[in-house]
Design a protein. Structure first.
Length: 151
């Protein structure tokens, strides 16, 4: 434990403000395969389960409808910016290395454009695509055989 008395142990939530909630929900549910958490989503927020998380808090992706007319959902007056205009570089979601071929086959069957990048210095391979708002989404996996001793 650090001298500050606390230590972050997991990612709790990724929250994205979107002007295209319906398309974003369809992408993360139908293309990426995240489970929509049960709830009343008439209020402009949709939560997806990413993983079990830590201490009873499920790790989630939250989509906030920028057009919901609720100021608390848009803490900034700045317009919604996706893709290159966003300050978000990318979202990386982990899965087993053995499932990456299935990701590529799934994307190919749906005509989804993607790229694959290997990170030998850390033993990761990522499959990158974009969501309907233009945000980069990576499905990343670790494989020790990919570690490059040269870094």
């Amino acid at each position: 434990m650090a001298e500050r008395g606390f230590k972050v142990r997991a990612l709790g939530e990724i929250a994205i403000r979107t002007a295209n909630l319906e398309a974003m929900v369809a992408f993360y549910r139908d293309t990426i395969g995240l489970e929509v958490l049960a709830g009343n989503y008439s209020d402009g927020i949709v939560f997806f389960r990413i993983a079990e998380g830590f201490g009873g808090h499920t790790s989630v992706l939250a989509l906030f409808d920028a057009n919901a007319g609720r100021p608390e959902l848009a803490p900034s007056d700045a317009p919604v910016a996706g893709g290159a205009g966003s300050t978000l570089h990318h979202i990386a979601l982990s899965l087993p290395f053995e499932e990456q071929d299935a990701v590529r086959a799934w994307y190919d069957s749906r005509g989804i454009v993607y790229r694959v990048q290997e990170f030998g210095w850390i033993g990761w391979r990522g499959i990158f695509t974009t969501d309907p708002d233009g945000n980069t989404v990576e499905l990343v996996a670790y494989d020790p055989s990919m570690l490059d001793p040269a870094g």
